[in-house]
Every structure is written in C-alpha cells, then in structure tokens.
Design a protein around this ligand. Structure first.
Ligand code: NQM
Length: 307
C-alpha cells in the first residue's frame, strides 16, 4: 500500500452539503472548469507539486454535479498531479460522453500518447504561468507542445495573472490553436473595470479564437461577501468584470465551478450559492444559455448541438 501525505497546512477542504441553487441551470449546462484530486491512494500526487490537497474524487464531483443540475463537465488537470493525467483521464472515461478533459503534457509527449488521450476525451492542454504553481514555463517547450497538439484540433487553456499579460501576450499570439483563458485572466478587481489593465485584457480577448472562462469569483474577490450562509449576492466586486466580459464576448465565454477550489486561503464557497452568482453576471436568458450550454457545446462537443 502506498503512503499518503497530509494536506498542506491551512488547506481548506471542499464544502460538503451545498445549498440547492435558487437559479435553475438551463438543461444541458456544462461545468467547463473542475478538477479531481486523487484519491491519492489510487492516484498519488506528483513529487514536484506545490501543494498537497485533500482528496476530491470523481464520484464526489459527479454527485455535486447531479445536485446542482449540471449534465456535462470539463475536467482540468490540476498541478498537484503534474503531467500524470491518470486521475483526470479516469474521471473523464468514467463519465462517458458527458466529460471532456484538459491535460498537462511534457514537450517529449509522443503522438501515440496524444492519440490515447484524445480517444479518452481530452481536447486540450493547460499552460500554467503562475509561479506559485509551477517552477517554469519555458516558451520553446510550450511551443513544441502546441505544435504537437494542433493536428488533433485541440486548444490550449492559459492560466496567468493580469500583471503578466503584457509580457506573455506576444508569445500567446504565436500559438497555432485556439486559447481558453482561465478566470478572466485574473483581474485585480480593486482596479477600475474601465481602467487600462482590464482594457488590455479585453483587447487580448477580441481575437475570435480566444475563449474566456467567467469563473472563480471566490478567488478574485477582495471584498466579498463570500458565497456562504445563504448569501445569494456574493462577490459583488467581481460582478462588473464578469458582466463586461459576458456582454462583449457572449459567444466565447464559458463558466465553471472550479470545484474543489484548490488553494483558497480565506473561505471555501458553497457551490450551490456559486450557481446563484451566475445570473448576476449573465443577466439575460440568452446570455445564460450561451455561457452554460451553447458555447461549451460548440468547443467541447462540436456537431452535437445543445441538449
Ligand atoms: O483551480 C484553479 O483553476 C486554480 C488554482 C489551482 C490550479 O489551477 C492547479 O493546481 O492546477 C490556483 O489558483 O491555485
């Protein structure tokens, strides 16, 4: 039996017993950003990881989705599993055609391995630029990965901080495949929504092969209030940013829970109340249908149409 590691000190476990959302998700809603952690006895964490989480299994993820009314999901490889995609692939396979995956691969990944991942339901790779999560992200290695995945029709999920966009934008422009930006490029929500930093991000997102995840208000918020204890108007400081993105790019926005919410330090949100955040940022039925159903279906289940 393998040994297991205790979670990083201060680790917040995912919220058990989420509220039943007041907002009824449209039929066929997709969670386009969620993770599984382990369970580490079955899927050990990577030696090079920057944090050790609690377990968050595929069964627990699917139970949450059933509770919230989510029919499909995109499971994104978390850095605690490094480039060992087994836990993510296991979850995606178990969910059948209701799941897609985003992998982490090294530049020496073989064509056979990429084909195997594609057959399992993987549709992209994630490039992570957060120094607290990965040691380095050398551009020549990422370019090699991008070239290898292009023939499969995959895309690249980008995770970066707003302050790093000026330095990274030139490199992003060279990528030969569509890109999907995590958590709106992590804006500093204490700055004005119509200020130069967010304008820079909006200009970047104007390219018609850039998709934006309107996700993680709980991670971006500074003044809250948190989605806890029945609060159905949470994270009001993030709302203007998310609304702006949805209004400007209604056909290229995606939403995700980010369950099990790795590395939150302040509080762990109630996922039912996070669903109730959606109508504050996508304010019309049409915006909601595009964000939750039409857009993720086009990107991850092309040709299948909305359900
Ligand atoms: O879940 C997220 O999207 C955000 C993360 C963790 C992460 O991305 C990872 O470990 O791969 C974070 O900000 O710590």
């Amino acid at each position: 039996m393998s040994t297991t590691s205790a979670p990083t000190p201060g680790w917040l476990d995912w919220y058990d017993g989420p509220a039943r959302p007041a907002f009824a998700l449209p039929a066929g809603a997709v969670d386009a950003h969620c993770h599984v952690f382990g369970p580490q006895r079955e899927f050990p964490f990577a030696p090079e990881r920057k944090y050790t989480p609690c377990d968050a299994s595929k069964g627990q993820l699917f139970a949450l989705h059933d509770h919230l009314g989510i029919g499909r999901r995109v499971v994104v490889q978390a850095t605690c599993h490094g480039a060992d995609n087994s836990a993510m692939v296991d979850a995606v396979r178990a969910a059948g055609d209701t799941a897609r995956g985003i992998a982490t691969v090294r530049p020496d990944v073989t064509t056979e391995e990429l084909r195997r991942l594609d057959e399992a339901g993987v549709r992209g790779v994630r490039f992570n630029f957060l120094k607290r999560l990965v040691d380095t992200a050398p551009e020549d290695e990422l370019t090699a990965v991008a070239r290898k995945i292009a023939p499969l029709g995959w895309h690249i999920v980008l995770y970066f901080e707003a302050a790093d966009l000026p330095e990274l934008a030139g490199f992003f422009a060279t990528l030969p495949v569509p890109v999907v930006v995590d958590h709106m490029g992590r804006p500093d929500v204490t700055r004005p929504v119509d200020g130069p930093e967010f304008a820079r991000f909006l200009r970047f997102a104007e390219r018609d092969d850039v998709w934006v995840k309107v996700s993680c208000p709980e991670r971006l918020s500074v003044s809250g209030p948190p989605a806890l204890h029945g609060e159905r108007h949470a994270y009001t400081d993030v709302v203007p940013f998310a609304r702006r993105v949805v209004a400007e790019f209604p056909d290229r926005v995606l939403w995700g829970t980010d369950w099990p919410h790795p590395n939150l330090k302040d509080h762990m949100p109630d996922d039912g109340l996070l669903v109730d955040h959606i109508p504050h940022v996508a304010t019309t039925a049409e915006q909601q249908r595009k964000l939750l159903v039409d857009n993720p279906m086009r990107l991850y289940w092309p040709g299948e149409g909305a359900v």
